[in-house]
Design a binder for this molecule. Structure first.
Ligand code: GTP
Ligand code: MG
Length: 511
């Protein structure tokens, strides 16, 4: 974003287009694209490329297009005319014929002064809808019934069994981001009835894809009613899907009935009904490091600078309305997922401004990064240390397990030098050590200008993988051994640890 905005500031006619035109002009005429005849047809000239057929009737748009195509070898005449029309030699024009910045290269100061707020803000303004909590009603298919009035004879086979009803499964998939596309009422097909001399078909099972990190709870009737007489359901934990392709059976389909052929003396067994469940799905995003901070602290700008996740960065508070996960892939194939959360305010642990819904995505993170604006642009009167203490306390009050996670402080907007961010950073480090009695890593950076980002990434990696703090070279054929995902809750907490990596890897790392 920054590069694009700098380019557009230095070259108001559109820096990228200008570069494109230059590089195309450098190509020899033989490298023209196959559809080079298109503009010639457009201007009503012959295939030889002499584009002078329509004399003075061209408007400025046509001239611009012509000048662009002239560079592709449409003929000397045409290129010269286009050059003249666009007002200068090729190297001072953009693709559309506007004059480029012809003077010396602008200095860094000039570029920064030329930036306005519209250049540095990012789009899209509207974020993809997101849903992390959903109540669904699931009904498995009923088993089919055997045909009535069956002829019972050893020589006639059937009508025997009826088909089973379809069951409903939930399956975790990396391709799904949230519950936004899941229907609230899910119903599998019933099994087919036995008919004639045939058995009924089993119906297909239904597999609903959910995002990885989904927690499934069943809403069970508590035996109590509200004063209006409505039943009260309480959620009970059933399962959590934390790996891609994890599957969980939520409603078992009914079995098909058996025909008289099976029960020689009876009249057959009718199909059983499929299970019906009221479920509550909750999504806790899988991530390694969550960005926690006040609104406008620069969380989204930092995520966009560190990864490819790019959403709205804006001067207004709460420009982020949903969590976003971005990934950093290191050279040694180690992957770290960063989670940008919407802004938090004091009282978030008590659900102020939906704080609990935001903080729920820190459940699975393995480290916390508290993001503070050290330039104190919007809160000059408040102290940085107070802000850090408040953020950490909110996260810990929400979930006491957050207290056990490693954490760090990222000071953003360090480029605003006139506001003393470096002084705030420096004092913060010592005051944090005095207050908590431990070394809390404090890193300063500027997401807007890409400063200090390597140190931020290194520190995050060291927090999450203290045993692999630096990038190590592996023999390519060796499999990558990763620890299981950082889930601190749930039944898989006591899962057996993966075997240690082969000895060769250790020796290589030691070297
Ligand atoms: N000078 C400077 N401004 C920055 C930097 N990073 C972000 N900003 C500005 O700070 C404002 C807020 O940035 P965001 O990234 O949207 O902040 P946020 O923490 O995600 O805000 P919410 O989503 O509202 O919680 C924007 O106007 C950014 O342009 C930085 O490194 N330097
Ligand atoms: Mg944001």
């Amino acid at each position: 974003m920054l590069r694009a905005s700098l380019a557009s500031a230095a070259f108001p006619c559109g820096g990228r287009r200008a570069l494109g035109a230059r590089s195309r002009a450098a190509l020899p005429p033989t490298e023209a694209p196959p559809d080079v005849g298109v503009p010639a047809r457009r201007f009503g000239s012959s295939g030889s490329g002499s584009g002078s057929g329509n004399g003075g009737r061209r408007d400025s748009g046509e001239q611009a297009v012509l000048s662009e195509w002239g560079a592709w070898g449409m003929g000397e005449n045409t290129a010269a005319q286009a050059q003249e029309a666009a007002g200068g030699p090729e190297h001072t024009r953009g693709a559309r014929g506007f004059p480029l910045h012809a003077g010396p290269e602008p200095t860094a100061r000039e570029v920064v002064e030329a930036l306005n707020i519209a250049d540095v803000e990012s789009y899209p303004r509207f974020q993809k809808p997101f849903s992390d909590r959903l109540r669904i009603d699931v009904k498995a298919g009923n088993g089919g019934n055997p045909a009535p009035m069956a002829v019972r004879s050893p020589s006639i086979k059937g009508p025997g069994y009826a088909g089973n009803g379809g069951s409903v499964f939930l399956k975790a998939s990396r391709q799904i981001e949230s519950f936004i596309d899941i229907k609230q009422s899910i119903r599998a097909q019933d099994g087919e009835d036995g008919h004639g001399t045939h058995r009924g078909k089993h119906s297909d099972d239904l597999c609903v894809q959910v995002p990885v990190g989904t927690i499934v709870r069943e809403r069970v009737y508590s035996g109590y009613r509200t004063v209006e007489g409505r039943r009260i359901f309480l959620p009970q934990f059933r399962y959590q899907l934390i790996r891609h392709d994890d599957t969980f059976l939520v409603a078992q389909g009914g079995t098909g009935g058996l025909g008289p052929h099976s029960f020689k003396k009876g009249d057959g067994r009718r199909g059983t009904p499929g299970e019906r469940k009221r479920l509550e799905l909750e999504l806790r995003l899988l991530n390694d490091c969550a960005f926690v901070g006040l609104p406008n602290a620069g969380k989204t700008a930092l995520l966009a600078a560190l990864s490819r996740a790019h959403t709205r960065i804006g001067p207004e508070e709460f420009s982020t309305t949903r969590p976003h996960v971005g990934t950093i892939l290191f050279r040694d194939r180690l992957e770290i997922r960063l989670c940008d959360l919407p802004g938090l305010k004091p009282g978030a642990h008590a659900d102020k401004l939906m704080g609990r819904r935001i903080l729920r995505h820190t459940y699975r993170s393995r480290a916390l990064a508290l993001i503070v604006d050290v330039a104190r642009g919007e809160r000059p009167e408040t102290d940085v240390l107070e802000e850090v203490k408040m953020l950490h306390e909110e996260a810990c009050l929400f979930d006491p397990l957050n207290r056990e996670k490693p954490w760090m402080v990222v000071g953003t907007k360090c480029d605003a030098l006139h506001k003393d961010p470096l002084f705030h950073l420096d004092s913060l480090h010592f005051r944090l050590r005095a207050h908590y009695g431990v070394e809390v890593p404090v890193v300063g950076c500027s997401a807007r200008f890409g400063l200090g980002l390597t140190r931020v990434v290194q520190t995050i990696r060291r927090l999450i993988y203290p045993d692999q703090p630096d990038v190590v070279n592996r023999v390519p054929a060796q499999p990558y051994v990763a620890r299981p995902p950082g889930v601190l809750h749930g039944p898989l907490q006591d899962a057996p640890a993966l075997p240690p990596p082969p000895l060769d890897t250790l020796r290589l790392a030691a070297r």
